[in-house]
Unconditional design. Structure first.
Length: 443
């Protein structure tokens, strides 16, 4: 129950009580009371007393939630309020963090390690899986158990946008709002778990947790910031990724590729920050069920929208966030998130894409060098060579950074690439209005 709703209910109940007393008096007042297995009718002064107790509870509930929240020390610093979203581009994807929320510990089980002598080495709580919109999931953990056995914090880990929307093609940079929606969905899906013998206390706990999230009073441990760019065609995206895989680098080293070669990383295994790029259309239409767009979205316009789109994603982890002085959600306004993303994007360099130098060509078998020349001129190599020859030549050329399965980069483009600067300086794609109209964006 939100504070605004509580105030509305208070006015309704007060009006009903006062109106009934004036019209028919207390003796004929009656209400239906749900007692769990059935409902019973309560009449007269008993009904009046119940209504008055509801009024008193709502007054106390509003007073408790409206007053300043005295949080644990780690959450107590004052932060700036959430600012308005500056535009409709960019989204929060993955989130890992911790919210203050008093609740009975989740029934998640434990992992226990026992050595050969039977001595307990360690034990840890397992994650509790919460299923959200369209079978997307979040991992939850209860933490900081107090002397009464009540967990005072809830840890959340997962793709919060996909959890509430069912997809992550686009979304919102309003972290507070998207996290609040995820929290509300968690409570809705597990009302049987997040319950107290005293339901009024639990209503207050939920309302206070909602208020903290709305104001950004929660810890941020890891975050993905995503933007999407329109390169015009699927081929252009693949060319850009191919070029980036060879030429992109940061101070920590050159770009790397995923095993299947469909994702390009900067600092792929860093414990601080990383960036990656991939073809969004190919991801949501792939055979990988964890990434493939759910069947119910196929006619939504999402597949068509992603054609020719390059997804760029920055991941900031706990060590990097600490060095940046970022601890609370209230610090991560949409403009701050956009600024952080741009700061890290500018750390990436794209060196000019070189053609094979004469020495490298001389070291190639003559037949492979001829295939390379034909590929460079735009010949469809797969169609012009027998399959065994094509795959043999492809393996040879892949060893020196040339993939003839991808059409060659156009020679009339500066540096023979779709330059990195084009992405850095381009405006990211804005969320389309039809996505809001269809309820595809959770804001």
């Amino acid at each position: 129950m939100k504070i605004q709703q509580a105030k509305q209910y208070l006015e309704v109940v007060k009006t009903q009580v006062e109106g009934t007393l004036q019209a028919i008096g207390p003796a004929k007042l009656s209400i239906m009371v749900d007692i769990g297995h059935t409902s019973v009718q309560v009449d007269g002064v008993y009904a009046l007393n119940i209504r008055r107790q509801v009024v008193d509870f709502l007054k106390q509930y509003i007073a408790d939630v409206d007053k300043p929240i005295h949080t644990a020390q780690s959450f107590a610093e004052q932060k700036q309020p959430q600012e308005a979203i500056p535009d409709n581009s960019g989204m929060i994807d993955w989130f890992r963090g911790e919210i203050l929320f008093n609740h009975e510990p989740l029934p998640s089980g434990k992992l226990i390690s026992i050595d050969s002598s039977g001595t307990l080495e360690f034990q840890s709580d397992k994650s509790f899986t919460s299923r959200g919109s369209h079978e997307s999931t979040l991992r939850l953990k209860s933490a900081n158990i107090n002397a009464d056995g009540v967990a005072t914090t809830l840890m959340i880990d997962g793709n919060i946008s996909k959890f509430v929307q069912g997809h992550n093609v686009f979304g919102s940079l309003n972290l507070n709002k998207i996290l609040l929606k995820a929290f509300n969905l968690i409570i809705q899906n597990h009302s049987d778990i997040f319950s107290y013998t005293d339901s009024f206390t639990q209503l207050k706990n939920i309302a206070q947790a909602e208020k903290r999230i709305e104001e950004g009073y929660y810890l941020v441990k890891m975050l993905d910031i995503n933007f999407i760019y329109d390169l015009g065609s699927d081929l252009a995206v693949e060319q850009w990724l191919y070029s980036a895989s060879i030429n992109a680098r940061s101070q920590s080293g050159a770009a790397t590729k995923s095993k299947k070669g469909n994702t390009v990383y900067i600092q792929q295994h860093s414990r601080r920050w990383s960036m990656k790029w991939y073809n969004k259309f190919r991801e949501i239409t792939s055979s990988n069920l964890s990434h493939r767009l759910k069947q119910e979205f196929f006619d939504s316009g999402l597949p068509k929208f992603t054609e020719g789109k390059l997804r760029s994603e920055l991941r900031l982890m706990a060590l990097e966030l600490k060095d940046l002085g970022i601890k609370f959600g209230s610090q991560l306004t949409p403009s701050v998130l956009t600024g952080l993303y741009n700061d890290y994007l500018e750390k990436i360099e794209m060196k000019p894409n070189k053609l094979l130098i004469e020495e490298e060509l001389q070291n190639l078998p003559r037949s492979v060098a001829r295939t390379y020349d034909q590929w460079k001129q735009g010949v469809d190599i797969k169609a012009s060579l027998p399959d065994r020859t094509y795959y043999r030549h492809r393996r040879s050329l892949m060893e020196i950074g040339v993939d003839i399965s991808i059409p060659p980069l156009q020679v009339d483009v500066p540096n023979n690439v779709i330059p990195m600067i084009r992405v850095i300086e381009a405006n990211p794609v804005q969320n389309p209005q039809w996505a809001y109209d269809k309820g595809l964006i959770a804001v």
